[in-house]
Design a protein around this ligand. Structure first.
Ligand code: HEM
Length: 426
């Protein structure tokens, strides 16, 4: 059993929360057809619903789900700005979001009693699809005079510094709140953000959003890491969510490292990185492989034969040069180059159609790349120095430009009866 299952174990929950009524989605649809809506409601509320426990990740737990949870195939990431400075309104929003998130992740219909709204409906006949909803707080929430939270600001929650070569779009960067919705069904993830944004209406507004997708690992194949849009296996040398010791060492904020409300939480760093496909696509295979430091087909390091062979950064080739070039991505990003520090990467490929503008100025090309998401216990030590080194030396820079950036502090998980960020706002 994975850590995420233990801490945010599978299994739908039913019942009535403080702000809404939950109805099993698939149970309500199937039952309504056979028995009539009233009987279906009765059946699902008493626990006889039809949702698949295997496809639900529990919302409550010590840590928020969606961090250690094995990655799902779809992402819908949304950043919000508060449209009021009322702390009471912020608390109410987080309480309502908590209640809705418990329903949505269990695959139950969310009917808000407070707002007199009904579920938007597009996920009515769908399973929970391992939906996880992970909430975070941006630096702006803690600004003096905003919500009276300045003295509770985690010292590491600062907007990321500028990095060489980036070309950020301020309209798809930053944000005061974020929701990372991940699911094995794009429509389930969409639905969750749709419902949460409706609940936010009048209190917070959507600032920007990003969709993402990734191939799932092939359990039957010899190599588990799926390929990104460069065609390379991505995630080979990543932290594993089920590695409890590594998660404590690199991901979860420990006692005394910041304000008490963040203990057991983490920092989420998001960077949208656009790939220059016209340049990459005409780059010869051996140069692509030297850019990453791994073989394209197998994912093996240039110093090995199989994907999980150890990376030998000291190996020297017959030409007297390092086998893994000094500017190769995996050399510069290695824990070795980062004083042993690592990150949990949980990013998704993205595609946004075509680049805008005329053909002779870079328009009409595929607009896509990597929506990089990482979780770290200490962004100042784990992310910033690494990103600085990559920004100035990484051979990958010839093919990639960072176009969006954000950082959020994700509070710990929610206990039944509590709400997200309760430690911060109570
Ligand atoms: C377009 C952007 C990027 C692409 C396509 C990309 C792709 C890859 C690939 C193919 C690998 C090798 C397989 C693996 O171990 O997962 C890798 C490794 C890694 N990447 Fe990236 N990456 C990108 C950006 C970044 C950024 C911005 C960071 C952090 C600031 C980062 C951090 C890492 C780390 C820590 C590793 C593992 C290195 C090791 O210890 O072997 N990557 N990346």
């Amino acid at each position: 059993m994975s850590q995420s299952q233990r801490q945010n174990g599978p299994g739908p929950r039913r019942g009535q929360g403080p702000f809404g009524v939950r109805v099993t989605r698939r149970g309500a649809i199937a039952g309504a057809a056979m028995l009539g809506a009233g009987a279906a409601l009765d059946r699902t509320l008493s626990g006889g619903g039809d949702s698949s426990p295997a496809a639900a990740v529990a919302f409550h737990g010590e840590h928020q789900a969606g961090i250690a949870t094995p990655i799902q195939s779809h992402l819908h990431f949304a950043a919000f700005d508060m449209s009021t400075s009322s702390r009471r309104a912020l608390r109410g929003l987080l309480a309502s979001w908590t209640d809705a998130a418990a329903s949505l992740t269990a695959g139950t219909e969310y009917v808000s009693a407070r707002a007199a709204r009904i579920d938007t409906g597009e996920a009515l006949d769908l399973s929970p699809a391992r939906l996880t909803l992970t909430f975070g707080f941006g630096p702006g929430l803690f600004e003096r005079g905003r919500f009276g939270l300045a003295n509770r600001r985690p010292p590491m929650l600062e907007p990321l510094p500028p990095f060489a070569g980036e070309n950020l779009d301020p309209e798809s960067s930053g944000g005061e709140l974020c929701v990372q919705a991940c699911a094995d069904d794009a429509q389930v993830a969409f639905h969750a953000i749709h419902v949460l944004s409706l609940i936010a209406d009048g209190t917070a507004t959507l600032r920007w959003a990003q969709l993402g997708f990734r191939r799932m690992s092939n359990p039957a194949g010899p190599s588990p890491a799926p390929r990104n849009l460069l065609g390379f296996r991505d995630g080979t040398n990543n932290l594993k969510g089920e590695d409890v010791a590594a998660m404590s060492r690199f991901v979860w904020v420990a006692a005394g490292e910041g304000p008490a409300w963040l203990e057991g939480g983490s920092y989420l760093i998001a960077r949208r990185i656009e790939i220059a496909f016209p340049a990459w696509d005409v780059t010869p295979l051996d140069q692509q492989e030297r850019t990453i430091g791994r073989r394209k087909r197998s994912g093996a390091p240039l110093t090995g034969r199989r994907e999980h062979d150890p990376v030998d950064l000291s190996a020297i080739g017959a030409d007297g040069r390092p086998v893994i070039p000094l500017d190769a991505h995996i050399r510069l990003a290695s824990a070795h180059a980062n004083a042993g520090r690592r990150l949990l990467r949980r990013g998704y490929s993205y595609s946004r159609g075509i680049t805008p503008g005329p053909l002779d100025r870079g328009g009409h090309q595929i607009d896509g790349g990597l929506f990089f998401i990482a979780f770290a216990r200490d962004p100042r030590r784990q992310f910033i120095p690494l990103a600085r080194r990559l920004a100035t030396h990484d051979a990958l820079n010839a093919f990639a430009v960072h176009t969006a950036s954000a950082i959020f502090a994700c509070p710990p998980g929610v206990r039944p009866g509590g709400y997200i960020g309760q430690g911060l706002l109570a």
